[in-house]
Design a protein around this ligand. Sequence first.
Ligand SMILES: Cc1cc2nc3c(=O)[nH]c(=O)nc-3n(C[C@H](O)[C@H](O)[C@H](O)COP(=O)(O)OP(=O)(O)OC[C@H]3O[C@@H](n4cnc5c(N)ncnc54)[C@H](O)[C@@H]3O)c2cc1C
Length: 407
Amino acid sequence: MNNQYDIIIVGGGIVGLSLACALARRTSLFIAILEAKSSRTEWNAAIYYHRVSAITLASQRIFESLGVWNDIQNKRISPFKKINVWDAAGEGHIDFDCTEIGESELGFIVENNAIQSVLEDNIRHYPSIHLYSSVTLKELVWNKENIELLTNETTFTAKLIVAADGAHSCVRKQIGIEVNQYDYHQQAMVATVHTALPHQQTAYQVFRETGSLAFLPFSKPNVSSIVWSLSTEEAQRYASMDDEIFKNLLAQAFDYKLGPIQAIEERHLFPLSRQQVEQYIKSRVVLVGDAAHVMHPLAGQGVNMGLLDAISLFDIIIQALNKNKDFASDLCLRQYERWRKADNIAMQTAVGMIKNMFASDQHLMKVLRSKGLNAVNHMAWIKKIFIHHAVGNRIALPTLAQNARII
Ligand SMILES: Cc1cc2nc3c(=O)[nH]c(=O)nc-3n(C[C@H](O)[C@H](O)[C@H](O)COP(=O)(O)OP(=O)(O)OC[C@H]3O[C@@H](n4cnc5c(N)ncnc54)[C@H](O)[C@@H]3O)c2cc1C
């Protein structure tokens, strides 16, 4: 077996697979994806999967550019046209509508395994990509012009290693990149719920002092996916609560916006933390997605930012190839680091500010945030800026997020 590659991507999640697809469509680079899991992702249209992502319009354009959006759509997507946010502790509320920015939707709720399974199928069409599963990483060894990656099975070599192996990145640990971590002491409870009233393709979010609660609309009018951030103790208590008691508590916490909860499926918990690495690159190794940054899910931006990392790196590699330069050189990778670190930190800071603002129980803060939300709600131009930012329509986007038909 020839184990020499141009690029090795460690981690075959949504971010790693998307990078591989982009590169294989546009270059003749030889790529390996090393994945720890042993099995392929299952898709079953008969059930709603509990892990979902709010996908921005920028991410939709990325998937279109990769030629996978139609397949994702054929599995299942749930467009949302409005966002309705309110403060449980005051009068403040704000509503966003896609017509305010001339779009036909604000984004899509997509089950993670729909995206993952489509990407896994897609990479099999490219002979230049080899996917290895059940891989355990052992060691990285630097040579003059490449890196050796020792695994449980064999030794791989590549000019560039991309760490797309998630929040607990093994590559990041191996190469000794420091990570600034903050534990929120919160857990996100996710579940599929059936409500008495239809969601009307609206994503809802209520902020309570104890955390945020979102109802994300699925394709069926009375089915939503909830993401409820709670203190660790509360989350564990709610997770083991009797269904009937929990349904009432949930409807109440949601101010009965969609009436009583008629049914709830299995509840799952995810610990929440914020992470940001000190460096995105280190001698022929580059970090993307959750390996580089982890955000609170209240703004639904983690995978969207990770996709921007992947295709920004794609842009940098293409530019280097066009100029016959070494795409793994420090000079090239530093461009990627400057680009993505600034954008990710800005997003993380904005998410942190929203979280802290609503966590405060001080009277003055409550008054200010209510007045602030209501004021913004009536200022069309500021609202437009917010909406464009939330849907991913920003300046300095990488090429594949700008134009669907670029490759
Ligand atoms: C409750 C919750 C709700 C969220 N909602 C949203 C949302 O609405 N919108 C949004 O944009 N984001 C959301 N996020 C964030 C989003 O899920 C993550 O940002 C995203 O999954 C990160 O993708 P990734 O590919 O970087 O990492 P991962 O999804 O973690 O994938 C990493 C891959 O690497 C593999 N791997 C791990 N270790 C190794 C190893 N040592 N060797 C080889 N392979 C390895 C794993 O098996 C996996 O396949 C949410 C997160 C949570 C917890």
